[in-house]
Structures are given as C-alpha cells and as structure tokens.
Design a binder for this molecule. Structure first.
Ligand SMILES: [Zn+2]
Length: 316
C-alpha cells in the first residue's frame, strides 16, 4: 500500500514538473519574441540619445517568479546575502563580457558632446526649494517584487542620511530608468532625459552594488581613482590585466575635503582586474592589511560626500 502510494506521488510529481517546465518553455519563447520588438524600439530610442553600445542593452528573458520556483527548486531569493567576494570583483565579474564598452569597469560612456561634459564637471541633480534633491526613478517591471524591494531599500538608506530623495518618476524630463541589462553599470552624474542604470537581476541585486551604481548616477567616481590616491594605495601595474589599465588611472576629482576612504562602497577591491587571484592590483599603504572593496553599504564618508556635494543641511 505504502509502495503504491509512493509511486502515485512520484508520478504526480513527474507530471507536475514536466508541465511546469513546458509552461516555462512556452513563456520563455513568448517573452523573447515580445521583448525583441520592445527592446529594439528602446535600443533605437536610446541610441539616439546616448549612443550606448547594443551589448550593454541586452536583457535576458525569464519565466515569471512562480514558474521559476517550480522549475528550479534551487531558486534563491535575491534578498541580501552575505557573500564574501568584494563588491568590485562582483561588479567586474558581472560585466566581463561587456567591459570593452565601459570605463573603469562599470561606468557607461555617453556619446553626445553635451553629456560628455559630466565626465569633467559635476553634473548634479538640482535641489528643490525644500532643500531636497529629488532624483526621479522608474524600476523596470522585469524585476520581481522582492528585487524591487532590494533596490528601494538601498535607496532608503540615502533618504535617512542625506538630502537626496529618490522619488517615483511621473512626468519629469530627467530620470533614472533602472533596468536589468547586461551587467551592473551607470552613467556618472545627471546626463539628462531618460538615463539608464543597469542592475542585472541575476548578478547586481545586492545592497552595496545598488548603492554603488546609484552613487555613480549622483556624480561620484571610484575612490581609488581620486587625485590624492597615491598617498593611500599603491597600484601594482604589473598585475593589472592588459585591457584594464585605464580603470586605474587617476582623475582630477573633487575630493570635497574628505579623507581618503578605504571603506567606501566606491572603492575597488584589492584583486580587481588582476591577472591572477594571487596578485593584488591595489595595496593600501602604509598598512597593506587595510580592508578595501566592501560590498555591504555606504560608508560614513560616502554619506558625508553626498551631503557635501549636494550641500545638504548647509554643508559645504
Ligand atoms: Zn563603479
């Protein structure tokens, strides 16, 4: 009797799995067909504005979450995890197939002359009369609800500690469009119009990574490219991968009178772009054991910098 029940259950399970997989297949095809039309329209519209490369704008299709859970029992929620790899390694890993189209590993390059201006000057989001800096955003419906919450939680941390407010986009001309494209990347500063931030649903939805890309959109570069970095880190050029040399060039940055910040969410990790996992590309000096490349959250100095750049609460 027990054996018979077990085989009935096994049969029922098999049928349910094959049915789910079948539904999933159909949906995959359906989504792919539908999204190709939409994505090519978006791509063309986008190219007209920024001229970003096609490779950056690829979006993977996937079944809806319920089916995903049924088909892949191992599906893991994208809620924050405590993985040990540092933020920059994860971003660089997510971007490895598109790195030719990015600067410093995850900074998308605008192509219009007007937008290029932001690479050399602060292109800030304007402050309203209330003293708040409103940054309108839209999160793609491609994300599952839990993923949207991860993104909005990352934004909320800025609301608590700075005068920046990410507000849902309504009819504002300039806004961030957060989409799951290939890799994790952003443009730097407010470029104008619909401005994409890519947070790939499979590889970028971690609090520190989301905040890292949002900080680019607010106008910040990587900490290790600061103008004064040579006093604080040594770049081991001999271990930097050939194609990544430019990711380590110093910039004429506005350091806002803040100390160099090893704990910044904008700091690369010590093995970023290394030719091997044995050889660090960035070594803190004089204390080489200093931790860099944290992936958890904004540091105190990251927060101070936002407050200074945007003169929150009268800070200069
Ligand atoms: Zn970055």
């Amino acid at each position: 009797m027990g054996g018979k029940l077990a085989s009935i259950l096994a049969l029922a399970l098999l049928l349910s799995i094959s049915h789910s997989a079948h539904v999933g297949d159909k949906n995959d095809r359906h989504e792919t067909n539908e999204s190709s039309d939409i994505s090519s329209r978006i791509l063309n519209a986008h190219k007209a504005t920024y001229g970003l490369e096609d490779e950056l704008l690829h979006e993977q299709s996937r079944p809806d979450q319920d089916q995903h859970v049924k088909i892949h029992g191992e599906y893991v929620s994208t809620e924050e995890t405590n993985e040990s790899s540092d933020i920059s390694s994860r971003i660089l890993e997510a971007n490895k197939d598109i790195s030719d189209h990015l600067m410093e590993g995850d900074v998308a390059l605008p192509r219009t002359r007007n937008a290029m201006r932001c690479l050399y000057y602060d292109c800030k989001w304007p402050k309203s009369r209330s003293g708040l800096v409103e940054v309108p955003y839209n999160i793609s419906d491609y994300y599952y609800a839990s993923e949207k919450r991860t993104i909005e939680r990352a934004m909320a941390a800025l609301h608590e500690k700075t005068c920046v407010r990410f507000v849902p986009h309504t009819n504002q001309l300039h806004y961030l469009s957060i989409e799951s494209k290939t890799g994790c990347w952003s443009l730097v500063g407010r470029i104008g119009g619909k401005q994409r931030v890519s947070l790939n649903a499979f590889s970028c939805l971690q609090n520190g990574i989301v905040q890292h890309e949002l900080l680019h959109a607010l106008g910040f570069y990587h900490e290790h490219t600061r103008s004064d970095r040579d006093q604080y880190v040594r770049i081991n050029w001999e271990h930097v991968s050939a194609g990544a040399i430019s990711n380590f060039k110093k910039r004429d940055t506005n350091n806002l009178d803040t100390p160099y910040d090893y704990s910044s969410v904008m700091h690369y990790g010590r093995y970023a772009d290394s030719t091997s996992r044995l050889h660090p590309t960035i070594t803190p000096i004089p204390d080489a054991s200093m931790e860099i490349g944290q992936r958890n959250e904004l540091s105190e100095i990251d927060i101070l910098k936002i407050n200074k750049l945007y003169k929150c609460g009268g800070l200069q």
